[in-house]
Design a binder for this molecule. Sequence first.
Ligand code: FE2
Length: 254
Amino acid sequence: MIDFHSHIIYDIDDGSKSIEESLEMIENAKQEGSKYICATSHYMVGSYEPEREVYIEKLKSLREKVDGIEIAEGLEVYMEPSLPSLYKKEKIWGINKGKYMLIEFPMREVPKYSKDILYEMTVLNVTPIIAHPERNSRLRNDIKLLEEFIEEGYLLQMNASSLVGFHGDEVKTFAETLVKRNMIHMVGSDGHNVKRRNTNIKEGVLRIKELNPELYSWIKENQHNIFNGEDVQPLEIKEEVIKKKGLFSFLRGK
Ligand SMILES: [Fe+2]
């Protein structure tokens, strides 16, 4: 599997605090069956603005010390009106030098300007990947907005931990709905450390296989294309199954 989301670069955001911790996180990723891991450090204007040179230097120092797993570059970019200009200035970059960029929204909202900014990014040949939509309360209450994003050609990344209840029942139930409806395209650990927010993905991936074998196969077949910056053709969104009381049950007085 490919872990598309992690904070394994040390001393750059709120993820790994040291090179030793990074190496432990990467070792854990290997144990979890990840063959590739994207080092998607936060880029959040005003809080985390990693310099590319510093980022690359740390990435290289980790690559030198590990084998059996490939570490790819990336960022988790926080939604912000200046994203197109930051990209033009090469301050922010995509996954594995490709066209896909991991973008996160604030936890409880999707700012009004988001649709325009995401569209502007596509004009710059960037394809947005929405980071862990299941964790965003606005999106949990408005699945139609996620359907629109998919229809626009954007992809959705789910945290494996959401499917095992790490973020609570509400997030877990919504994550399951997204899986059942073919509304995710890749998984990530979103690992920040070696403790609670680790680089585990195995259990969550297994859950996808149980809930929707067709989607599991699609992810396995297409994840390398995404990783390599190539186009993919997502599975069609499945309709929501709404349990309604039928007319006859009404007539029967039930
Ligand atoms: Fe993250």
